[in-house]
Design a protein around this ligand. Sequence first.
Ligand SMILES: Nc1ncnc2c1ncn2[C@@H]1O[C@H](COP(=O)(O)OP(=O)(O)O)[C@@H](O)[C@H]1O
Ligand SMILES: O=P(O)(O)OC[C@H]1O[C@](O)(COP(=O)(O)O)[C@@H](O)[C@@H]1O
Ligand SMILES: [Mg+2]
Length: 337
Amino acid sequence: MTSGGDCPGLNAVIRGAVLGGIKRHGDEFVGFRDGWRGVKEGDFMNLPRGTVRGISKQGGTILGTSRVNPYEGPLGGPEHISKVLKDHKVDALMVIGGEGSLAGANRLAEAGLPIVGVPKTIDNDLNGTDYTFGFDTAVQIGTEAIDRLRTTGESHHRVMVAEVMGRHAGWIALHAGMAAGAHAILIPEVPASADDVVNWVQEAYDRGRGPLVVVAEGFVMGETGEAYSHLGLDEAGRPRLGGIGEVVARIIQERTGIETRCTTLGYIQRGGVPTAYDRVLATRLGMAAAEAAHDGAWGEMVALEGTNIHRVPLSAALHSLKTVPKSRYEEVAVLFG
Ligand SMILES: Nc1ncnc2c1ncn2[C@@H]1O[C@H](COP(=O)(O)OP(=O)(O)O)[C@@H](O)[C@H]1O
Ligand SMILES: O=P(O)(O)OC[C@H]1O[C@](O)(COP(=O)(O)O)[C@@H](O)[C@@H]1O
Ligand SMILES: [Mg+2]
C-alpha cells in the first residue's frame, strides 16, 4: 500500500517489490487501494507481473493514496486489520509511507501484524535514511522552475519569490535555492526577520541583480508563530500550508519599493516522472522490502545508508524529523544578498 502525500518513485517501489518477489521467490502480490482505506475495507487489486510493466517512470501511484488513519473508526485497529490480512491470505503488508503512515505501521507491527516499511516523502525529512525517493525529483523541478523565474525577474528588474514545499523541513528550498543561486533562502527551521529578508534583497538589487528569494511553505517570519495557512485543514486535520510566499513578496515590495512577484510551485513539484536517481533508489527499496518480508523483519523498514540499502527499526524514523541542521543553513547563508 502507498499512503500519505504522493511522490515520484512510488510506482518504482511497487515494481521493484513485485518483480523482485516474483523472480526471487515466486511470490504473489496484491495492492491495497488508497492507503489505509483499502486495508481497512479489504479493497485491493491483484498485481501480477503485467500490471507493473513500465511503471517505474510514471509519477503518482497506481494504487492511489490517502491520509486515512488505520486506527480510526469501526474498521480501524489491529484486530480488524489482522482479520482482513488473514481473510485474504496476505502473509506480509508493505507500507510505503511517510512519518504518519509509518507511525501507524509501527503501532500495528507492535501489536503483532506482519508489516515492513518503505520510507517515502518529498520533503526528505525522515530520519533513519539518508535520502527519500521523490526528493531529488522535487529539487530538479524546483531548480528548473526557479531558473525560469530568474530570467524574467532579471529582465524586469523585479524581485522574484518562489515558494516550494516543505512543511517542517526546508530541504527542497535549501537544495533548489542553492542550485539556482538564490539571494535568500527561507526555511521552517531557521527564523529570519523581515529586516533580514529586505537587507538581502536590497543588497542584490543594488548590485544590479533581479533578487531571487526561495521560501519553504512552512517558513515562519520572525522568531515565533505558526506556519502561514489560510486554506483550512486537510483530511488529517492539519492546517493546509501555502501562501507564505505572497506574504513575503508583499513585505519586500512595501519595504523596498521594488516591484515583487511570487510564484508558488505547489503540486508541480510532486507530479510527473521521477528522475533516474529516484527510480533507482525506489526500485532498490522495493526489492529490499520484498526480501525483508521473506526474512520476517516485521516492524523494520528498508533505508539508504551511504550507497547501501539496509534495514532499521521503524522507530528510527519516528522519534524526530530530519530537519536541516543549522550548519547546512549557515554554509549557504554566506552567499545571501
Ligand atoms: N501515530 C499514528 N498512528 C496511526 N496513524 C497515524 C499516526 N500518525 C499519523 N497517522 C495517520 O497517517 C496518515 C498519513 O500521515 P501523513 O503525515 O499525512 O502522511 P505521511 O505518511 O506521508 O507522513 C495521517 O493522515 C494519519 O491518518
Ligand atoms: O496537500 P497535501 O496533499 O495534503 O500535501 C501537502 C503536504 O505534503 C507534503 O508534500 C509532504 O507531506 P508528507 O510527506 O507528510 O505526505 C508537504 O510538503 C506538504 O505540506
Ligand atoms: Mg507526514
